[in-house]
Design a protein around this ligand. Structure first.
Ligand code: FAD
Length: 451
């Protein structure tokens, strides 16, 4: 096959689709990138909060994010990353604690010394585990109770699991918590014992704008406002991509990068087994508020919350990391609430979310006044995070489908990591290598897991 003339369609202009498009273009493919929104970036895109332009969802880079940092170097941005030492807070029983170092951890009143030792041992042990496949066979609840003990599980782990996974925590395997611990430990293994987080000045807008320029320079055709509605194999080994406006285009190969249930809907001719596998992946969604404040709340980038009355999962104070001059001298805080895709909270209006969240924020931070709040905006996404359920990797569909020329690669294929841009870039790099080498084998040979 004359590879340089192959026409590839990539659907979804998030970081995954953009990186895939870039790598395939570097492999000499002729690439078209379709994005339904008016801008690139998906979950990493920016929006306006009053006069401030910043990420719609909070984003930081870790020192151990080597794939992302390598990509930023290719985009000419690596040297711009600003690294900042951050602190972590813990809100429990109505009190805000600093939990940023071993001493603070040892002083943490809600747990006795033995509980603390077991909690520390759990984290240390998890950071040493390499065989994550084994952890996929154990429920996260059983594993945490075994290592941390029932008291610490009830007091610390259960509220944190509920905060991130809602009632879905019951289906998650121990690989879920292992991936989170492994990511935080990897950052420390870079040699620094401190927790350093980084950002590119201007936030992800800077990254996305530069990335779009580089894609264009590599002759990637970017089609914004182009929501794809249907993808199917067509005559003559081609794949047809039909937009919401009814426009049809043909490609040799197509890669869909959006969440699995949405991809399944776009490819109705996939086999019943493939449909079932894609739709069987359990997701968590998010309702994430951005709040612009006249003043800082606390010195913590992340404040974990265990009190069940608080309607959001955590407080992320971006301005504890990013200098306030980026925010017009104000403070930028995110209030995420992780929810299942069918959670009734998705039906709440912006005003209802604002009333609910602000009442809790004012209660948590008694010095905060209502007139300190300058701006409040709500983002809602139903499918954000594929949950690593029991035996997850064995149930995941392969990237290449049974339909000739149609591939589905999305964040559900991140097998031993959490959802983050570094894993996303790594997945795109790997998928591009595999797919570029594809010589369209027999569909019957393809149904093996390549995740
Ligand atoms: C609250 C939150 C906090 C996060 N914090 C961090 C962090 O601190 N650090 C970090 O590294 N990562 C973080 N992440 C993760 C990071 O944002 C993701 O890893 C990354 O953006 C995923 O990119 P993606 O391309 O896989 O998915 P998406 O960004 O979801 O991209 C999919 C794209 O497909 C498009 N699309 C969907 N359907 C169609 C269609 N029919 N036609 C055309 N286009 C379509 C969508 O519009 C979207 O642009 C965070 C994510 C969230 C939600």
């Amino acid at each position: 096959m004359a590879q340089q003339t192959e026409r590839w369609g990539i659907i979804g202009g998030g970081i995954l689709g953009m990186t895939l498009a870039y790598r395939l273009a570097q492999h000499g493919k002729h690439v078209t990138l379709f994005e339904g929104a008016p801008h690139l970036g998906g979950l990493a895109s920016a929006w306006m909060l009053g006069e401030v332009v910043w990420d719609r969802h909070y984003h930081v880079t870790l020192m151990s994010d080597t794939a992302l940092r390598a990509l930023l170097a290719e985009l000419g941005l690596a040297q711009d990353i600003q690294w900042v030492e951050t602190r972590t807070g813990f809100y429990t029983n109505g009190t805000l604690y600093s939990m940023s170092n071993t001493l603070e951890f040892l002083r943490f009143p809600p747990l006795g010394l033995l509980d603390k030792l077991r909690l520390g041992a759990t984290i240390f042990y998890a950071s040493r585990v390499h065989n994550w496949q084994k952890l996929e066979t154990i429920a996260v609840t059983d594993w945490l109770k075994r290592w941390s003990g029932r008291h610490t599980f009830e007091k610390i782990w259960l509220p944190l699991l509920r905060a991130k996974l809602g009632e879905n925590y019951k289906h998650a395997s121990a690989a879920f918590i292992w991936a989170i611990i492994a990511r935080m430990y990897a950052a420390r293994r870079t040699g620094l014992k401190k927790e350093m987080f980084g950002f590119v000045p201007g936030g992800y807008t800077t990254v996305l704008e530069r990335f779009a320029e580089v894609l264009t320079a590599h002759h990637v055709s970017i089609k914004l406002n182009h929501k794809v509605q249907h993808v199917a194999s067509a005559d003559g080994d081609e794949v047809s991509v039909t937009g919401a406006d009814g426009q049809r285009e043909s490609f040799d190969q197509v890669v869909l990068t959006m969440p699995a249930p949405i991809a399944a809907g776009l490819c109705p001719t996939l086999s019943a087994e493939e449909q079932a596998r894609l739709r069987g992946i359990e997701y968590q969604g998010i309702i994430c508020a951005s709040v612009l404040l006249k003043r800082p709340l606390a010195p913590f980038y992340v404040t974990n919350i265990t009190d069940a009355w608080v309607p959001f999962t955590a407080v992320i104070e971006m301005s504890a990391l990013v200098d306030r001059h980026y925010f017009g001298g104000h403070s930028l805080v995110y209030l995420p609430k992780y929810v299942t895709p069918d959670d009734p909270a998705f039906a709440l209006s912006d005003q209802e979310v604002e009333a609910l969240f602000l009442a809790a924020l004012l209660r948590m931070y008694p010095d905060l006044r209502r007139d300190d709040i300058l701006c409040f905006r709500v983002s809602r996404v139903r499918y954000v995070l594929a949950i690593s359920t029991l035996h997850y990797s064995t149930r995941l569909p392969p990237m290449t489908t049974s339909l000739p020329g149609i591939h589905i690669v999305n964040s559900a294929h991140i097998l031993h990591g959490t959802l983050n841009v570094n894993e996303t870039v790594q997945l795109a790099n790997k998928a591009a290598r595999q797919l570029a080498a594809t010589v369209v084998p027999q569909p019957s040979l393809l149904f093996t897991n390549q995740g």
